[in-house]
Design a protein around this ligand. Sequence first.
Ligand code: 3AM
Length: 507
Amino acid sequence: MSTLVGMQLSGRYRLDAQIGAGGMSTVYRAFDINLERRVAIKLLHREMASDSDQLERFRREARAVAQLSHPHIVGVIDTGEDENRPYIVFEYVEGETLKDRIRRLGRLPVDESLAYAIEIARALGSAHAHDIVHRDVKPQNVLLDAEGSAKVTDFGIARSLRDDGLTADGRVLGTTDYVSPEQALGHDVDGQSDIYSLGVVLFEMLTGDVPFHGENQIAVAMKHVREDLPDIQALRPEVSATTAAVLDRMTDKDLAHRYPDVPALVADLEEALAIEAARSGTSTGEATAVIRTLPARTQRRLPFRMRHSIPLLAVIAMVGVGVALIAILAKEGVERTDSGTGPGRVSTPTPQGERIVSVKSGSPRDYDPLGDDEEHAEERTRVVDRDPGTAWSTESYQAGIQGAGKAGVGIYIDARPKVEAVSLQLETPDPGFKVTIYAAPPGSVPDTVPDGWKKVGGGTVNAKDKTFKLDTDGTAYRYYLVWITELAEGASDAQISEIRLSQKVPA
Ligand code: 3AM
């Protein structure tokens, strides 16, 4: 491809450097000789130019974006063909992508994260108003210009809602890190799917990492279908409850609970930004610019000093394009969890109609009320790290737990605020021990067993992955305790590598 550098397209655009390459096209920094300015050119690969589907997709991108004129969308300037190879000329954005920025900084300030989310949402709102769904919203597709303002690009698989003739072909077109559950399942998607993906982008800005990891893209997509995002406040404690609630609503798997459209989302993001800025008393980076664009009603939340001393700008944009994962998931993947297929891994299928309760990574607590109060506290988070290769273990009891004069020892999970769990899945490398499962309501953790606890299940852990049905009698509890009453024969401790609670999927 680099051999094309120095070439002139249609006698007008000189290709100066290759700046990106994808499966179907290459992006060049180029110079428009007529207007004497820098542009970005996306040139379709020669092989693709003879493939009518790819050609149509490429032209569709140009047509879609050409309809949009928005400060936070990378604009199309021109299109053309040179020796049968079509190209699109875009405005040149000098700067880095949002993905690069997250990688560079680890995670972004909370107010700046919200500011970018607002800018991107405004761009998506403009696209949706033209019946264009981006379908691949991800930080790689958000360019940050010299002022720090976000611009959404790559409407490559964007589809007009009216474009019924063109359906996704089931190929995985890109990463599934940001895919909405309905898109992963191959359902028709609308603007709400972009809202979900933007929620994942916001999560990544706030935490520095995407919410789900898996062995491959399908495993990650399945998690988007089946698992709640990790608790944002556990990962980034300074995030306000308002921001956490907005993020929850952006990423709700249930379309009836997710934001119905971008204007509703933008209003809440703006409110959240004002609250975060008022809490910290300052604003950073792009947040300073976006705060100036907030409606007067929202600005009133800010301290006087912040309302009146800030330069103006705005931001946003981004859009992505989707993935069509489709049937693979629908067929077999959906009812399985991130079934570790690697060596030594065990996996517990989540019972049908249930989904895993997301708990904070710091929520497990070892529990030894009848002893020294400690049972390998340093290992306790391992039971929720989704890695069956790491385990928490009890202390060593050569003569068994009862032999140490105790009725039991255990570990409990804090499912804050509360949940009506229907099953508890336990994974262990060494089965054979006996457990009783207790639950307790919100409030302080009972300081002994069984007082204050309600027995909801239990039995012998007779397999490396064991699911216990729970009987909570319709009550939502906050704490779920795995109380180990008897070690396996010949064992001096008990090990638990994973504990997962499941709740019913709402009908
Ligand atoms: O691969 P990196 O992150 O260095 O920034 C975009 C990305 O760079 C750049 O091309 C790469 C693949 O998308 N890019 C895309 N559109 C651009 C534009 N309009 C652009 N750079 C400047 N202006």
